[in-house]
Design a protein around this ligand. Structure first.
Ligand SMILES: Cc1cc2nc3c(=O)[nH]c(=O)nc-3n(C[C@H](O)[C@H](O)[C@H](O)COP(=O)(O)OP(=O)(O)OC[C@H]3O[C@@H](n4cnc5c(N)ncnc54)[C@H](O)[C@@H]3O)c2cc1C
Length: 396
């Protein structure tokens, strides 16, 4: 290994991208992936480690981060009552509380770093659906309250009065937000680069070799030698990683033209439902409606593309049925791979047999929150210190 490279305070991640063929790299930590997970990670590691390098085979934020509708919710896809049954009530409550804290800390971080990503604080409305009715939601809100989490149960009458929505019940919670995921990622990377992180793209990691004191990553042309590697490769999972209890599915989303006709409350409320597949929606600062869902257990890009028109029609019809009087004039439609785990939790753990490598796999509808949690846990793990919640996010 020869020369080491270090960012020199340039503020634009595009301008600071380099060609790795210029030099081989030696570093303390290499982060693979410059999506929102890699960006939170780089930002968190920047101040704690001397040399941090981020590599990506695409430009930053061009993976699943680009497809994200960026509803930032502490509410995990797996209801707390269900998660209690799966992993025990103590761990489940810790997972939900950690998710709450991470959601609040994203908003604070964005404020502190003055990242211009259109972040807006919002409430969340979780509607009864075919996988959980009003009685289930009543139990769910009690479990959340026992875990110290906020929120209020609305019965069918109050739901109709306040939101004109016809469902058997809902949970209304504070503490959510929405943002532009690409701008958030770029802002975090810019800030990390200012702190001395080096960003290289396009650089593809083709092979990973563990050494007694670190790891060597092969880019096909050159090697990167690091004490630690953190893999934030999203759903493009590393070969050889255990995948038990996880699957890659497909999801679709659409956006309307700006200034769409919709009820006023929707401007600061994220809506989703206890259904499978679930429908969700939010608005943007320029008044577009974003609607997503229709997930299917199939991971085929050609199927995703082929189904676009049909899925778009279904999303529009479902959204209009849910919110009477809403108008939806289609502006954009897109689709992407989506990672799910049996318990709705991410994996943030050392890679088996590769002690200097950590994998971050942020499954679920609140993957961005998991990216933030990973950026809190991983620096602690790298320093050999315990994180009190790390046990919840191990390979299962
Ligand atoms: C339609 C849709 C809607 C969504 N909506 C939401 C939402 O509302 N809220 C929410 O929180 N989450 C949502 N998500 C999930 C969210 O998009 C993901 O949790 C998040 O973007 C994952 O970010 P990441 O950085 O881990 O992965 P990615 O953004 O996919 O980044 C991984 C990066 O790793 C790079 N990479 C992979 N392998 C290599 C390699 N070998 N060498 C070099 N680079 C490599 C890729 O090029 C990529 O840039 C949604 C997802 C989809 C598809």
């Amino acid at each position: 290994m020869s020369r080491s490279s270090q960012g020199r305070g340039r503020s634009n991640p595009k301008q600071s991208r380099k060609d790795v063929s210029e030099a081989e790299i030696t570093t303390d930590v290499v982060v693979v992936g410059a999506g929102v997970s890699g960006a939170f990670m780089a930002h968190a590691l920047a101040k704690r480690f001397g040399k941090v390098v981020v590599v990506d085979r695409r430009p930053p934020a061009h993976g699943s981060t680009m497809a994200s509708t960026a509803m930032l919710q502490f509410e995990i896809d797996t209801p707390l009552t269900e998660l209690c049954e799966k992993i025990g009530s103590s761990k489940a409550a810790r997972a939900w509380r950690r998710s709450w804290r991470a959601t609040q800390s994203i908003a604070k971080l964005v404020d502190d770093e003055r990242i211009r990503c259109g972040l807006r604080r919002a409430d969340s409305l979780y509607l009864a659906g075919d996988s959980m009715g009003s009685r289930g939601l009543e139990k769910e809100i009690k479990a959340r309250h026992r875990a110290g989490l906020p929120g209020e149960y609305l019965d069918a009458r109050r739901l109709r009065e306040i939101f004109a929505i016809d469902r058997t019940g809902a949970i209304f919670s504070p503490g959510a937000a929405s943002a532009d995921p690409v701008a958030l990622t770029q802002g975090l990377l810019r800030s990390a680069v200012r702190e001395g992180v080096s960003l290289y793209s396009p650089v593809e990691i083709t092979n990973v070799m563990a050494t007694p004191h670190g790891v060597i990553l092969d880019t096909g042309k050159h090697f990167i030698e690091a004490k630690h590697a953190v893999f934030c490769t999203g759903y493009e999972l590393l070969k050889g990683l255990p995948r038990k209890g996880t699957k890659i599915t497909s999801s679709w989303a659409i956006a309307s033209r700006p200034h769409a006709k919709r009820p006023r409350w929707l401007a600061n409320t994220l809506v989703w439902e206890a259904a499978d597949p679930y429908l969700y929606m939010r608005t943007t600062p320029d008044g577009r409606l974003i609607v997503g869902g229709e997930d299917e257990d199939i991971d085929l890009p050609s199927y995703r593309a082929r189904s676009m028109a049909h899925k778009t029609a279904r999303l529009i019809a479902k959204a209009k049925k849910l919110i009477p009087g809403m108008e939806f004039s289609l502006s954009r439609q897109w689709t992407g791979a989506f990672g799910e785990s049996d318990d709705g939790l991410p994996i943030i753990d050392r890679v088996p047999d590769m002690p200097n490598c950590i994998a971050v796999m942020g499954f679920g509808g609140n993957g961005t929150i998991y990216s933030k949690i990973a950026s809190e846990i991983v620096p602690t793990l790298l320093r050999g210190r315990p994180d009190k919640d790390a046990d919840i996010f191990r390979f299962r």
